[in-house]
Each structure stands twice: as C-alpha cells, then as structure tokens.
Write a protein that binds this ligand. Structure first.
Ligand SMILES: Nc1ncnc2c1ncn2[C@@H]1O[C@H](COP(=O)(O)OP(=O)(O)O)[C@@H](O)[C@H]1O
Ligand SMILES: [Mg+2]
Length: 300
C-alpha cells in the first residue's frame, strides 16, 4: 500500500532523513519507533504531502503519491497530527463532521446519510465522545482530544491512518484505551503507521516495526523479532525487567505492552514520561527536545 524507497530530507542545510525505506501493507499495523528528534514527524509529513523528499520516492499502491495534501487525503491517507490539534472552539460533533468535509461537500443527501452513519460508528468506537458530543472540544481532556482527533481522521474513511505519538502526555490507562482501538483498525480495513516513543506499547499492537535513530532506519522486523532481540532491547527498549519497574516479559495479550506501561506509570508517579520515556529508557542518544517541554505533563 505505502512504500518509501530511499527517502532523504533536509531542513535547509540540515539533513534529517537518510535513505529511509519503509512499507506498510494492506491490513497491517506498523510502528516507527524512535526518540525525540529522530525524524519520525518529518517522515509522516512527507507521506502527508506537507513536505517533499529531497530524493527517493514515496509510492501509494505502486504509483507516485499524489502531489498535494488534499489529493493524498482523497487517496485515503490521513494523518492524526502530533499534539492532536482539534478545533477547540468547535463542538465534538463539528470536529468529527469536519473530518468528513470532502464527502459532505460533494456527497449530496446520500453523502450526508453516510456521514451520519460514520458518526455513529465513531461514537461506538469512542463512547466518551458521545457523552460530550455538544461540548466544545477545548473542554475535553487530553485523552479525549486524542480520541477526537482519531475519530475526526477516521471520518475521512482512510485506508491508511498515520498516527503521530498518540500516547504522548497521556496517562497509561488512557493510552491503553487508545492503543486498543489502533490495534483493531486493520481488521476494519484501515492500515496503520504508528509513530511512537512508547516502544513496548506500540510493539504489542503492531505486527511489524522499524527503529529510527538520527534519521536512519537501524532495524526492522516483526514485533516479535524486535522484542526478542536482546541487543535491540538493551539499546532501544529499555532494561529488561529493569529497575524502573517496566514489566517486559510475557506478552501474551495484544495490549499487554500498553498495560505494562501502566504498571510502570503507577509505580513511578504516573508521569506521562513513564509510559513513553521508560520504554526508551536504555537508549544511548536520548536527548531532550525543548520543543516538547510544554507537551508533557497532562494527566487524564
Ligand atoms: N521545521 C523545522 N525546521 C528545522 N529543523 C526541524 C524542523 N522540524 C524538525 N526539525 C529537526 O529535524 C529533526 C527531526 O525532527 P522530527 O521529525 O520532529 O523528529 P521526531 O518526530 O522523531 O521527534 C530534529 O533534529 C529536529 O530538530
Ligand atoms: Mg515528532
């Protein structure tokens, strides 16, 4: 479905992606794991058409990606941006309908009926949104806003959903609820490319993963391969049964990674970093990104 071949990208003179190759097939949930500044958001912005690769190619169903963001959305590729970015003044319902804008615009009565059906499906998926359907999105908690941002994206009926750190700043329990929905999307006909720092949680719900550091893909494989590779675990996924309380063993249920994040969160004061930070706790080139400073502490 989606294929990146040797994609490179620079901001001005600073090269941030180096010959990145990555694919997402139909029916797959694939995660891209890496720390702050690794190039994850930049990669998604290339797939969304917000920027163009300096070299390499991006293919959708074997053909070049449409040139403009609107064309890419129309082709079924929709991104949920980092930091949710819902329309805070608009109601939950209006936000969701916004996601179906293209269809409402040209769909006539049948289009409107289909959008009404889809809205009901979103409320099934995220019942809490139904309870708040008339409220301004700005009143929602961070977790609810993340659900709304996902619901809004799904209202466009994507075939491929791009998720940029949906767990960022959320309490482990909320992350687990969101990850359960992400896990189920492929069976609903929507493939997923999930960008995360919460490596264990992401690997628990994705069938494959890529690890990116400093703009280069260092490893790719099945989630089981990544989880069972001692060196990778040590380098990227944090200490095995480490001091920080992360339970790494015995993944026997799809959401157990997210749940293990919950364990660590609970034992370390439920900071948002507990879910994401601990998962990359053993990484060598961990660095703080000042842009992220404001986005952390948000308990939901
Ligand atoms: N608009 C920008 N202008 C210049 N450099 C940027 C810009 N956005 C990101 N970068 C830099 O590009 C690199 C990759 O950033 P990003 O893709 O946001 O990483 P991630 O999403 O993995 O945290 C970082 O070094 C970051 O500082
Ligand atoms: Mg990012």
């Amino acid at each position: 479905m989606l294929e990146l071949r040797d994609v490179s990208f620079s901001y001005g003179g600073a090269k941030v992606l180096f010959d990145v190759s990555l694919s997402v097939g139909a029916g797959e949930a694939v995660c891209l794991l890496g720390m702050n500044g690794a190039g994850k958001t930049t990669l998604l912005s290339l797939v969304s058409g917000l920027a163009r690769p300096a070299s390499g190619s991006i293919l959708l169903d074997g053909a070049p990606l449409p040139p403009r963001p609107a064309g890419i959305v129309a082709a079924g590729v929709v991104q949920v941006p980092e930091g949710r970015r819902v329309f805070t003044q608009l109601s939950v319902r209006e936000n969701l309908e916004m996601g179906a804008y293209l269809r409402l615009k040209k769909g006539g009565r049948a289009g409107r009926a289909a959008v009404t059906d889809d809205l009901a499906r979103m409320l099934d998926l995220f019942p809490v949104l139904g309870e708040r359907i008339g409220q301004p999105a700005g009143n929602l908690s961070g977790g609810e806003q993340q659900m709304l941002a996902m619901g809004r994206a799904l209202m466009a009926r994507p075939r491929l959903l791009l998720l940029d750190e949906p767990s960022l700043g959320l309490a482990p329990r909320v992350t687990a609820a969101i990850f359960r929905v992400v896990r189920d999307l492929p069976s609903m006909g929507c493939s997923v490319l999930l960008v995360e720092q919460n490596a264990l949680g992401a690997l628990a719900i994705c069938n494959r993963g890529y690890i990116i550091t400093s703009g280069q893909i260092r490893f790719s494989g099945t989630s089981a391969d990544i989880l069972s590779d001692e060196l990778l675990r040590e380098a990227f996924l944090g200490p095995v049964n480490g001091e920080d309380g992360v339970e790494n063993g015995g993944e026997d249920e799809a959401t157990s990674g997210a749940t293990s994040g919950a364990t660590s969160g609970a034992t370390s004061g439920a900071t948002s970093g507990a879910a994401s930070g601990a998962a990359f706790g053993g990484a060598k080139d961990m660095r703080d990104d000042p842009r992220r400073g404001s986005a952390t502490q948000e308990d939901n």
